[in-house]
Each structure stands twice: as C-alpha cells, then as structure tokens.
Design a protein around this ligand. Structure first.
Ligand code: GLP
Length: 261
C-alpha cells in the first residue's frame, strides 16, 4: 500500500494494544477497537482523516484483517468512524456522540441504549447475598436482618464500557436471584416480571475521579472525571426496590434536566 493512501500507524497505537498473551480477557477485536478509539481521541487521527488500510493495521498490530474489520465495524456502530465502500474508513467529523441522559425520566440502561440503536451489555462483576448496612437498610426501608442481593455490573453500549453500576435489591421483594439471572439482561425487565418494577426514583449526582479499578474497567485514564450517582427507586406500592450506585464516564455522558418556571 503506497504511503500516501493512508495515515501511518502511530507506534503508540501498537503499544496501546495488549499483547496476544496479555491479561485482558476481552475479545481481540474489542482490544483493537479500544486502541483505535484511544488513538482517535488523542487526536492521532483527526476528524475526517482516513484510518490506515485494513491490511496495514493488521500487519502492524499483529492481528488478522477480519479482526481489524470487526474493530472498525464496532467503531462505526459507536459513531466514531464512517466506512465508505471502496475508499476506506474515515474518522467521523464530530467524534462519538455524547449520551444525553434526561434526569427527569425513569428509564433503564437497556432502554436508554436501545433508544439510541445500540446494544446494551451488563457483565456481572460481582454478585452476592447478604444483609444491608444500617444506611442501606434505612434507604431501602428494610430491617438490618433482612436479606439483600448486591449486583455489580459493567454496563456497555455497542461493546463500549460506559458505566459501572451496583444495585442493592431486597431479596424479599425480588425473590430468588442468581448471578446468571442478571448477566447481560435488563434488571428492570426482570424486576417488572417479578412485580417489582420501579416507577419513581430519587437520584443524587456528584463528580468523582476514576480510581485504578474504575479506570481499568471503563478504559479511561486514572483520575478521569466520572459522574457518580446514587439512587433509590420505589415500585407502584411505594416499596423501595433498588438502591443503585453508579459511575458513568464523564467523557461520554451529559446528564440533562428540564427546568420549569
Ligand atoms: C439505570 C439505573 C440503574 C438500574 C439500571 C437498570 O442505569 N441508573 O439503577 O439498575 O438502569 O438497567 P437494566 O434494566 O438495563 O439492567
């Protein structure tokens, strides 16, 4: 491929890709997508410029062309690049679209992403049953001896990590639950099936910086700005059904609220 037909592959891009024997458990094409996205966000491929040809990227990154194609399809799904048949893949004019999240509507993560045409993921990071601490018991209207489930999930849209959510749920109100029940499904849909659909919620928002764990999970630099929220949701009978603590990527989310006179 003549050099003038595509941008060179920055060495930082190859360096950002975990080695084949690396620790990352995500599929290879997702790793390539992540490395390419980071390079675009660092400005190594400016808006409107062509990404290196598939063959060149594959050779430099030591992956197959199919893997590169899957990665660029993923980036196209995220709105980061545009694939033009016969002429290549170009960086989208305005970068990835930020997620405008209205604070006045009670929706689930899955509904939010589906309404944007994106697939929603919920990888269970941890799951356990136990008892609420005194503050959680008060927020959920439970006595300290009652049982709760704690579910921590990595939320993804189109395969891109956007948030880490922890839900504390009353075992009595929800019935028997296992980690498999909540892996990659809509928790709110499940709660609805079990007669505990949340219909009202109170949410508190604050800014935090990503610690090492959140930075790794969300694929952002250590100390990156995150939006941390805590919310209690109640069902139609007025029973608190979920206490949720979540951290959203500040570079991808806008929380929007409507104000009226
Ligand atoms: C939102 C809420 C969470 C809730 C989640 C359920 O993100 N902030 O508190 O757990 O939706 O989403 P889903 O039904 O996709 O699991």
């Amino acid at each position: 491929m003549p050099a003038h037909l595509s941008s060179p592959v920055p060495s930082a891009l190859a360096a950002a890709l975990p080695s084949a024997a690396g620790l990352s458990s995500s599929p290879r094409y997702m790793q390539v997508a992540g490395a390419l996205q980071a390079a675009i966000e660092r400005g190594e491929y400016p808006a409107g410029s062509a990404l290196p040809a598939e063959r060149e990227l594959a050779a430099r990154l030591g992956v197959s062309r199919v893997t590169v194609r899957q990665a660029t399809l993923k980036l196209a799904e995220r709105g980061l690049v545009v694939r033009r048949h016969g002429s290549g893949t170009f960086v989208a004019a305005s970068g990835p679209e930020r997620i405008q999240h209205p604070l006045s509507r009670l929706t689930s993560f899955t509904e939010d992403m589906h309404s944007r045409g994106l697939s929603a993921g919920g990888q269970v990071l941890s799951f356990g049953a136990g008892h609420p601490n005194p503050q959680e018991a008060m927020q959920l209207g439970l006595s300290p001896g009652q049982r709760v489930y704690r579910v921590r999930r990595l939320r993804t849209a189109g395969g891109e990590a956007l948030a880490v959510e922890e839900s504390i749920l009353s075992a009595e109100r929800l019935g028997l639950l296992s980690a498999a029940d909540v892996q990659d499904v809509s928790l709110y849909a499940l709660m609805q099936q079990r007669g505990a659909a949340p219909v009202r919620a109170l949410r508190q928002l604050r800014a935090v910086n990503a610690d090492q764990e959140l930075a790794e999970l969300l694929g952002v630099p250590l100390g990156a700005a995150l939006l941390s929220t805590e919310r209690v949701a109640w069902d139609a009978a007025g029973r608190a059904v979920e206490l949720a603590r979540a951290s959203y990527r500040g570079d991808r989310y806008d929380f929007v609220m409507e104000l009226r006179e």
